[in-house]
Write a protein that binds this ligand. Structure first.
Ligand code: BGC
Length: 391
């Protein structure tokens, strides 16, 4: 990638070596609901430090024509910040994370990362494919979680800027070697983040393999539409899902797909996340809150609405669209006040929630679930869009 040194601000600041990335208009105020002069669509990149083994990490700064901003780094292909306006036009950072790379490396519960090769759990870290049993790294009790000990969230991705007529972005690449974390086959993957002028964060995933292997990539953003001011219990959630996958004590799906109707898992109507989270319903009591995969109502592989979240104090709305058949709604149950995040904010219990679009957990061991096996000659291709507006 061709980059030009711009100036030094402690980190090495660089700007992409093409004036074409900048349009001529000036950044304007955001103005709630009004169409003021356009902001400058922009993509710049600068150093974000280095890993212990000396790999350089970069952060991309994206700005769309409405002034929304994203900071996305090459370590874990991680969304470090995402600033969107509230109902008064005030930008607020709506994702949890850290101010610096070292904190991400030290201890991050997947804040804003891409998760792979397999998002969520594979029971006992084992599966059988075409008659061969594979053993994966176990990192969650006896189970395999989010790709293992060193998943896609803990590697440095290759990077290149993306500019489209309606969006700016960054395309990341990673080659996962045959046998990595126990998975068969060399998997070549790309993940492209786009900040569109429709106020969307769009994520496009592509992968190919040279041996059959399970693949289930997702984005693990922790959202807090208040801008991180309080917990997420007042956020009003709607899930376009009539069924869910119940789990056992180790959070492995039992294989059943019961209807949500008549249970606290029913978010088909807008409901505050906190409204029923302390209920006695065994599924959420044993897991300490919501931490399940919902089965989306969809007919095919097209992009469909998965979820809508409204936060009343800020007026912010987030809608999630995906090609995936499921979404993991995790209510931040394992956040317990021991993490101090961006700007010194202590992330208390349920300070963020995740909506991880995905195939169902443990699919390699559940023949009745949609398959997650990618074979040589086939292309894994999926996309998810997080769209922001105000009400
Ligand atoms: C899982 C949770 C886990 C969290 C952070 C979610 O996808 O379902 O059980 O604690 O990720 O690792």
């Amino acid at each position: 990638m061709r980059m030009k040194r711009l100036r030094s601000i402690g980190w090495t600041a660089v700007v992409l070596g093409t004036a074409a990335l900048l349009c001529s208009c000036r950044t304007a105020g955001l103005g709630a609901g009004t169409r003021e002069a356009k902001a400058k669509m922009d993509v710049t990149v600068e150093s974000f430090g280095q890993t212990a083994d000396g790999q350089q990490v970069r952060i991309y700064h994206l700005t769309n024509s409405n002034g929304l901003k994203a900071g996305i780094m090459t370590y874990g292909a991680t969304v470090v910040s995402l600033e969107v306006p509230d109902k008064n036009g005030q930008l607020g950072d709506i994702v949890l994370g850290y101010d610096n790379l070292q904190a991400y490396i030290r201890n991050s519960p997947y804040f804003g990362t891409i998760v792979g090769r397999y998002g969520n759990r594979i029971g006992k870290g084992k599966f059988t494919l075409d008659g061969t049993e594979y053993t994966l790294a176990t990192n969650n009790g006896e189970n395999h979680l989010h790709g293992g000990l060193k998943g896609f969230d803990k590697v440095v991705w290759t990077d290149e800027p993306v500019r489209r007529s309606d969006a700016v972005g960054v395309k990341f690449g990673y080659v996962s070697k045959d046998g990595e974390e126990g998975y068969p086959g060399t998997l070549k993957g790309t993940v492209t983040y786009l900040l569109t002028n429709k106020n969307e964060l769009r994520i496009e995933y592509v992968a190919t393999t040279d041996k059959p292997t399970p693949v289930n990539l997702t984005h693990h953003g922790y959202w807090n539409l208040t801008g991180g001011r309080r917990d997420i219990l007042e956020h009003v959630l709607t899930l376009n899902a009539g069924k869910f996958t119940p789990v056992d004590k180790g959070l492995i799906p039992t294989g059943e797909l019961p209807a949500v109707k008549g249970t606290v898992m029913d978010f088909t109507r807008p409901t505050a996340i906190g409204a029923r989270i302390e209920s006695d319903f065994e599924q959420i009591k044993s897991g300490g809150g919501y931490d399940h995969n919902w089965v989306l109502n969809k007919g095919g592989k097209d992009m469909t609405l998965a979820a809508r979240v409204y936060e009343p104090t800020s007026g912010r709305v987030m809608e999630v669209f995906t090609k995936e058949p499921g979404v993991q709604f995790y209510s931040g149950n394992f956040l317990d006040g021991t993490i101090t995040g961006k700007g010194g904010t202590i992330y208390q219990h349920r300070w963020g929630f995740c909506l991880e679009t995905q195939h169902y957990p443990d699919s390699p061991n559940k023949p009745q679930f949609p398959t997650t096996i990618l074979r040589p000659g086939r292309k894994y291709e999926t996309a998810t869009v997080y769209r922001f507006s105000v009400k």
